[in-house]
Design a protein around this ligand. Structure first.
Ligand SMILES: [Zn+2]
Length: 301
């Protein structure tokens, strides 16, 4: 009798407990956002699909009560001047001017390539950040959390010299110049994490200590097999932040489809017009989404 009553009491306590941040991650919604964004079509800066994506980001951030900031500038590119719009959504902004900041980022532009819709490359990262916004709405923690949608990550021609990473280079330099840099506890870049065959690389330039926090979170959730099973160095939006002295991690699945000499170095669907919704899975978004939000919880302690 008393055991039974105890169990009932325990069940009531469990059900009354508010959901933790990672429990608030809605993978179904993340998948729906990905499909919505992929359906916008090509999303290179200046395209109608890019504008629709930008509008969706603003709508969700407004709904979720974020403080929205724009980081707009004109980039000089091999294609001529291009308007670049980084979007920042700030959550849990306190009054302490020294409050620490954690950044979760991902690019929302797609390649300048006719017919390329980037369901995974551009779509999944944009969408998972929107689902993070929904999870962060109304939550209180120690750190300020910034969600950053970087723009013009993709190179106009190729990732050589100063082509590519336009938005992230601008923002990283800005944080270094205005003194915000010292408050940034970490920067996590999400890229191509919707892949059905999920395998997040241990990116070799990334901050090892922050990767260890991710590994701990993944272990607690039973997701270890999806993380850090191979090593690779990737040029991505985390690089300008590392160069600016900010600890940063590229959370990237660098093997998209079959690998081999006849395919792109990041797999058969990378930068191919076959990067479509049938390659994206809700489960992969769930694995990465919950792991990253539990990582936020662990870092907030
Ligand atoms: Zn790409």
């Amino acid at each position: 009798m008393s055991v039974k009553l105890g169990l009932i009491a325990a069940l009531i306590i469990v059900s009354a407990r508010a959901a933790t941040l990672h429990e608030r991650f809605n993978a179904q919604q993340a998948y729906a956002y990905t499909a919505q964004i992929a359906a916008f079509g090509e999303r290179w800066p200046g395209s109608p699909g890019h504008k629709k994506t930008e509008d969706l980001i603003h709508q969700v951030l407004q709904k979720d009560g974020a403080r929205i900031e724009a980081d707009d500038f004109t980039a000089t590119t091999p294609r001529g001047p291009v308007m670049v719009h980084n979007v920042i959504g700030k959550f849990n902004v306190g009054t302490d001017p020294k409050q620490e900041i954690l950044i979760l980022a991902g690019h929302y532009d797609t390649l300048f390539q006719p017919g390329f819709i980037g369901a995974n490359d551009g779509g999944s990262s944009t969408a998972i950040l929107l689902a993070f916004a929904d999870a962060l709405a109304g939550q209180t923690m120690k750190m300020q959390i910034w969600l950053v949608w970087t723009d013009l990550e993709e190179a106009i021609n190729s990732f050589t010299g100063d082509d590519g990473l336009y938005g992230s280079r601008h923002l990283a330099q800005k944080l270094a110049a205005n003194g915000t840099r010292s408050r940034v506890r970490g920067f996590f870049l999400l890229d191509m994490i919707g892949d059905k065959q999920l395998g997040v690389a241990r990116e070799t330039e990334s901050n090892r200590r922050l990767q260890d926090f991710m590994a701990r979170a993944a272990g607690q959730l039973g997701y270890s097999q999806y993380f850090f099973q191979y090593e690779v160095g990737i040029i991505d939006d985390h690089v300008p932040f590392i160069r600016a002295g900010i600890p940063a991690v590229d959370v990237v699945d660098a093997r998209y489809g079959r690998m081999g000499p006849t395919f792109d170095s990041m797999g058969e669907f990378h930068h191919a017009n076959t990067d479509t919704m049938d390659k994206v899975s809700e489960h992969s978004l769930e694995v990465v989404g919950k792991t990253m939000l539990l990582t936020v919880e662990l870092l907030d302690k």
